[in-house]
Write a protein that binds this ligand. Structure first.
Ligand SMILES: *[C@@H]1O[C@H](CO)[C@@H](O)[C@H](O)[C@H]1NC(C)=O
Ligand SMILES: *[C@@H]1O[C@H](CO)[C@@H](O)[C@H](O)[C@H]1NC(C)=O
Ligand SMILES: *[C@@H]1O[C@H](CO)[C@@H](O)[C@H](O)[C@H]1NC(C)=O
Length: 335
């Protein structure tokens, strides 16, 4: 596997992502950010509960909008304008899913999500939408439970999807009983967020812990959804989940500008059969390289399995060099 070593170096050196220049943050907001609800009173109320339909794009995005708003004060000590709020990664990624057509009904049985149909609809058959549900509902409800959202736990409920309702939890108490460990991790994150003694790195650690735990809880539950996609897209979905583990281990800072930059490297549309990185003609060189890199990372990860995950303890061995190089590669891309 030593041949991967120079490979990884080549990958690293062909990547140059600029962080220079002034950003106008508002130009980089996710799609329909301004139109999305920004406070609880923008949602319907029934029997004293705010009702949020997470299967409608602006309503799901609105949960993030409230979340980054209510957590802004805890990040002021790191930078102005909420730029260093590490929760930005979540709405930005959801915006990328929307823009790139990943929230539509991949089975094509309904017009959910399609530009020509119900374009704000989020399909329960979309693998990306289902995985994202647990990265929107759980962090949001966890924040409500922690008391920082200004409403009590029984004052908000999410609408169920049109099918497979039992796979989703809809409020604080049902999410706590279905996903106790993950909800407790989100709670730990919000607890540390409120401590003035928490460092930026501490917060990243707790955030990534909760993030990876959310995905691990449901990865198997929704794996069959990948069958709706072309092989390259399904592979990319699986590769992406492996890559997230590495981003988590390296505590990638999911701040506004970092994530916005990172997204330029991600596939700008759903992959179709025949798409083969690094030869996808209408992708940028960076997008092609990263797609290939993610695929290699997954291959190495599967081939070395457990060892790779503990390789940090074995520096010096060939395998750990590959692991470290690929980790460096991902991190460089992310930078
Ligand atoms: C940033 O963009 C917004 C909306 O496009 C605009 O109103 C604002 O003036 C811009 N700010 C700067 C500093 O360019
Ligand atoms: C949070 O939302 C309120 C109400 O919409 C707004 O006035 C305030 O400026 C927002 N704060 C931040 C930091 O975005
Ligand atoms: C990009 O390439 C794919 C596959 O060859 C093709 O279906 C699609 O129309 C192309 N898109 C653009 C914008 O050229």
């Amino acid at each position: 596997m030593a041949f991967l070593h120079p490979w990884a170096c080549v990958l690293v050196s062909c990547i140059s992502v600029s962080l220079v220049g002034e950003f106008n943050l508002s130009d980089l907001y996710p799609p329909l950010w301004n139109e999305s609800p920004g406070q609880f009173s923008d949602y319907r109320v029934e029997n004293g509960k705010h009702i949020i339909d997470p299967w409608v794009y602006p309503e799901r995005m609105g949960m993030y909008k409230i979340l980054v708003n209510k957590t802004a004060s805890y990040f002021e000590k790191f930078a102005p304008d909420n730029e260093q709020n590490i929760l930005w990664g979540l709405p930005l990624q959801h915006g990328w899913q929307y823009t790139t057509g990943r929230l539509v009904d991949p089975s094509g049985r309904t017009d959910c999500g399609y530009e020509t149909g119900d374009h704000l609809c989020i399909s329960v058959d979309s693998w990306w939408a289902d995985m994202n549900y647990f990265l929107s509902a759980l962090p949001f409800l966890g924040a409500v439970d922690s008391g920082i959202m200004g409403i009590s736990s029984d004052q908000v409920t999410l609408s169920p999807p049109p099918k497979d309702q039992t796979k989703f939890c809809l409020d604080v108490s049902s999410c706590q009983s279905s996903f106790p460990q993950t909800m407790s991790k989100w709670n730990t994150f919000y607890k540390h967020l409120q401590l003035t003694s928490s460092s930026f790195d501490d917060l990243l650690k707790y955030l990534w812990d909760a993030h990876t735990s959310s995905l691990k809880d449901v990865y198997k539950v929704f794996e069959d959804r990948l069958e709706y996609y072309s092989e390259p897209e399904a592979d990319f979905g699986r590769d992406w989940c492996v890559a997230l583990d590495y981003l988590a281990t390296s505590r990638f800072p999911t701040t506004f500008i970092r994530v916005s930059e990172f997204q330029k490297a991600l596939p700008p549309r759903v992959l179709v059969s025949g798409d083969k990185a690094p030869f996808i003609s209408n992708f940028t060189a960076l997008q092609n390289t990263v797609l290939l890199g993610l695929n290699l990372l997954h291959k190495v990860d599967s081939a070395t399995g457990f060892l790779l995950h503990v390789s940090y303890a074995f520096t010096g061995s060939g395998i750990s060099n590959v692991a470290v190089n690929l980790k460096t590669f991902l991190y460089q891309v992310a930078l």
